[in-house]
Ligand binder design. Structure first.
Ligand code: A3P
Length: 297
């Protein structure tokens, strides 16, 4: 198959986007959520796949274990806004999903989420990751994924990250917009990648109490162990090795899974500049959120 050219970023209602996430806009905005749908929302590279995997195991690990070995995770948890012909769109996949509840993934900034999710009072799990590791992970992803814009070199990528000129826009706006949403939508569970790395079991407990689930101790242990980085990396149904437009010789999807890998990429000058810029961002002045981000454990 001939490779499509890399997409270019454009301004879409004030947010940088690419056509693969805007071309299905009317269907997306009219998407009919169901009250038991669970929306997994993240800025790209914050741990979406990890949390999707955990939720899928929590809901379906016991009732349909064949599911996990036969269907790639991106089909079990459709990517709502995606439109990449000839593949079915995210809304089509979600409409056809036979499971109950439906687990649905999105990277949309909060203001773009179809309104039926709010009208139906759906549960939402949001995962945030510290900006430095998030930027490093995003850079490697854009290098290996031909469906993303050309990343350029690391320094120019980092500057674009600070300017918010990334697919799905500014990290700073994204994590803040979703944080603020908790004030009007109580069924929103806001988690941090770093907390998950530090103590996966404790975070699964918190997720379960949010979702009203009570797995047995053995089941919980199975999920905690099964979702550890090395195990997921080996799982062909979750590691994206079935995805043709990702070049794993450049970087694997399951790359490192660490907190603090940014130290291997940022120069001292880049780190200082990034920290100074961070402090100037108006939305990063809310200490209840900013203090929750950890760049090392
Ligand atoms: P790195 O590139 O830093 O390794 P997303 O799923 O949102 O695209 O995020 C991908 C990032 O989450 C990658 O980060 C990936 O390695 C990491 N990740 C995925 N599964 C993980 C796990 N089980 N434990 C830790 N990190 C995980």
């Amino acid at each position: 198959m001939e490779e499509p050219p890399r997409p270019t970023l454009f301004d879409f209602h004030g947010v940088s986007m690419i056509k693969y996430f805007t071309d299905n806009w009317d269907n997306l905005q009219n998407f009919k959520a169901r009250p038991d749908d669970i929306l997994i929302a993240t800025y790209p590279k914050a741990g979406t796949t990890w949390v999707s995997y955990i939720l899928d195991l929590l809901y379906f690990g016991q009732t349909s274990p064949q599911h996990q070995t036969s269907k790639p995770l991106h089909e079990r948890v459709p990517f709502l806004e995606s439109i990449m012909p000839p593949h079915p769109t995210g809304t089509e996949l979600a409409d056809k999903l036979p499971t109950s509840p439906r687990l649905i993934k999105t990277h949309l900034p909060v203001q773009f989420v179809p309104k039926s999710f709010w009208e139906q009072n759906c549960r939402v799990v949001y995962v945030a990751r510290n900006a430095k590791d998030n930027a490093v992970s995003f850079y490697h992803f854009d290098c290996m994924n031909k469906l993303q814009p050309e990343p350029g070199d690391w320094d120019s990528f980092l500057n674009r990250f600070m300017e918010g000129k990334m697919v799905f826009g500014s990290w700073y706006d994204h994590v803040n917009g979703w944080w603020e949403k908790q004030q009007t939508h109580s069924k929103l569970h806001y988690m941090f990648y770093e907390d998950l790395v530090e103590d996966t079991g404790a975070q699964i407990d918190r997720l379960c109490s949010f979702l009203g689930l009570s797995p047995s101790a053995e089941e919980k242990e199975r999920i905690t162990t099964g979702s550890q980085f090395d195990n997921m990396k080996k799982d062909k149904m979750a590691n994206y090795s079935t995805f043709p437009l990702m070049d794993f010789t450049v970087s694997p999807f399951m790359r490192k899974g660490k907190v603090g890998d940014w130290k291997n990429h940022f120069t001292e000058a880049q780190s200082q500049h990034f920290d100074e810029d961070y402090k100037t961002k108006k939305m990063m002045k809310n200490p209840t959120l900013t203090l929750r981000f950890r760049t090392e454990l």
